[in-house]
Design a protein around this ligand. Structure first.
Ligand code: G6P
Length: 608
């Protein structure tokens, strides 16, 4: 959801900024721009379109030379992707430049006030008010002006600012949008995310809400909102640049699908010892045994892992689980009691709705446990307890390995809850833990059948509507399968609980409609056979995702069948979803879609 980057040092800033933006393109990619100091004054190059368009424009300005600048890759919120709406935005005299990630909620009021005072706006963006407001408050000290701007605006922001009176310095600030500072040797950086500067330095600070940072090539000073200097803890990135490279794969998504066995192993194995599950969090065991209810809050695919978890936790640990979309939870006045646990799931740890929903939950005094992939992200820092998924950096917008690690983490938690509540014996815990630990090799076995899945994709890629049907955890897996397909291939697709289809949606089934039936659970296979017959009787073509245990029952009623290995039946989404990821991937490739950067999407949704 927009990426910002800034560099100050001795090197040529333009390639550093452009390469940083390329690493952030997953956050938004409808326009891009940079502003940099050229011979003491601020120069801007920006354009609608991807970073490649920006590079093209920069090649037309060969005299542009700078060693300090800021850059932006945009995911449009206010105003279409046009050259004028692209960031950076400038004050009228060109002495202040701003890049922004977030939303200024009261921008219309501020804009009206500034227009009355004679300011002229050239874009439709909310961000432009910051450039003019900084100019309005500027009386020779940009930090004081920025403090006043921060007191005036409402909403969320990560800001990078250049001021012509402080050449070769970058000023930055944040509220509810991610921002980090990269600490190099004779050079320093700001960025929305680590990959933007990882090829230059592994050391960084996180910036907290309300803080202001001032960077020159030799110094980084961090201030609180009263402009008092504060100390920050220096952190070091523990993964490599290569982890964020394509490594020979055609797309990041394909690479990340292949990384799932390792990611799941890395997430599970450190938490198992002699068949017992050890959760690396200080959450007290008595608390787990006394919980009255669990609330799961998340968005997108993370929410889908929550739905799987509802089935698994309720069945194993017999605790009522409510799974909410974060955007709904935060405004629906949820009923929460102190004996509840709120589980927040997020790959990025920065999703605006998830963060706000967690803050809302905390107001009710409930304990929060976050399942997060990005170490040190805002949700991880603010939650009472954190369990990290060890998926490594995920670049493709459509999540795969983060989803799989979240599921694995939730299974571990479900089994731990069941044992803490005395509902399973040590031996049953050992058997279930072993089953979780074997998931990574079973995922490997699904991936090894990649050719079959790409063949199915070649058969079905021209379909206009695809329905996913399943029961129980297979329905939950279908929700993710359907989301994967629509986000990368743009095929209209819906997932339904198989028993619910006949209550309306079956009206949409006609000759040759493709139905993907997920039927991995032996106990529900007969019911699925009936549901498959119902859609076939109306002309549907059925691709079934079965398990070894259900394959024989389903083969005759299906047009095509793919079987995943057997596992404890409630853990089967870990396997069926991988098959659906590959199926969707090859459909998107066959349709010539932009797999890693699908239209209109962004990986990290840091605006509401
Ligand atoms: C976006 C991404 C999804 C992701 C969701 C939640 O919509 O495209 O893949 O599931 O955000 O993101 P989070 O970082 O909180 O898991």
């Amino acid at each position: 959801m927009c990426g910002i980057v800034g560099f100050t040092g001795s090197a040529d800033a333009l390639p550093v900024l452009v390469n940083g933006l390329k690493r952030l393109e997953y956050r938004g990619y409808d326009s891009a721009g940079i502003a940099a100091f050229d011979s003491g004054s601020i120069r801007v190059v920006k354009t609608r379109g991807r970073i490649s368009e920006l590079e093209h424009k920069l090649r037309q300005t060969p005299d542009f030379s700078a060693s300090c600048g800021i850059g932006h890759t945009r995911w449009a919120t206010h105003g279409e992707p046009t050259d004028e709406n692209s960031h950076p935005h400038l004050s009228a005299d060109g002495k202040i430049a701003v890049v922004h990630n977030g939303i200024i909620e009261n921008y219309a009021d501020i804009k009206a006030r500034l227009i009355k005072r004679g300011y002229t706006f050239v874009s439709e963006t909310d961000t432009e008010v910051i450039a003019h407001l900084l100019d309005f408050y500027y009386k020779g000290d940009i930090l004081t002006a920025l403090c006043k701007v921060m007191a005036t605006v409402r909403g969320s922001y990560a800001l990078g600012v250049l001021c012509a009176d402080r050449p070769d310095e970058i000023i930055a600030a944040r509220l509810d949008s991610p921002l980090i500072v990269g600490l190099g040797d004779g050079e320093n950086f700001i960025a929305s995310d680590i990959p933007a500067f990882l090829s230059h330095t592994r050391d960084y600070y996180t910036v907290d809400d309300g803080e202001i940072v001032c960077l020159s090539k030799d110094s980084v000073t961090v201030y609180n909102s009263d402009l008092e200097e504060i100390e920050k803890e220096r952190l070091t990135v523990n993964w490599s640049v290569e982890a964020a490279e394509k490594g020979g794969y055609e797309h990041f998504m394909l690479k990340e699908i292949h990384e799932q066995p390792k990611a799941v192993r890395d997430t599970v194995s450190p938490r198992l010892e002699n068949g017992k599950i050890f959760l690396d969090t200080d959450i007290p065991l008595e608390l787990l045994s006394e919980l009255s209810r669990i609330h799961i809050i998340a968005c997108g695919s993370a929410y889908h892992t929550g739905i799987v978890a509802k089935y698994v936790i309720e069945s194993l640990a017999r605790i009522p689980v409510e799974c909410d979309l974060a955007s709904e939870f935060r405004y629906r006045k949820p009923i929460i009691s102190k004996n509840d646990l709120c589980i927040v799931i997020s790959q990025s740890g920065e999703t605006a709705d998830t963060l706000a929903a967690m803050r809302e939950a905390k107001k009710h005094g409930v304990r929060t446990l976050a399942i997060i992939n990005v170490v040190g992200s805002t949700i991880a820092r603010e939650a009472d307890h954190v369990l990290y998924t060890w998926a490594g950096p995920e670049i493709a917008v459509a999540t795969t390995k983060a989803y799989s690690t979240q599921l694995a983490m939730l299974y571990l938690l479900a089994v731990k809850l069941a044992s803490a509540r005395g509902l399973i014996s040590d031996e049953e815990e050992r058997v279930l833990a072993l089953d979780i630990s074997h998931l990574s090799e079973k995922i490997e076995s699904v991936i090894s059948q990649i050719n079959t899945l790409s063949y199915f994709a070649s058969k079905f890629h021209n379909h206009k509507d695809i329905f996913f049907l399943g029961r129980g955890v297979d329905y939950a897996a279908g929700l993710e399968g359907s989301l994967k397909l629509k986000e990368i291939s743009y095929i209209r697709s819906e997932a339904y609980a198989a028993g619910e289809l006949k209550h309306g949606t079956i009206a949409l089934i006609q000759n040759d409609t493709l139905v993907v039936a997920i039927a991995t659970q032996a106990e529900l296979a007969e019911k699925m056979v009936s549901n498959i017959r119902e859609v076939k009787a109306r002309g549907a073509c059925v691709l079934t995702i079965a398990s070894e245990a259900t394959r024989d029952m389903l083969a005759d009623v299906s047009d095509c069948l793919f079987a995943v290995p057997d596992c404890y039946s409630k853990f089967s989404p870990s396997l069926s979803v991988v098959a659906m990821q590959l199926f969707s991937y090859y459909i998107a490739v066959a349709r010539g879609c932009s797999v890693d950067k699908p239209r209109n999407l962004a990986k990290s949704v840091t605006v509401e």
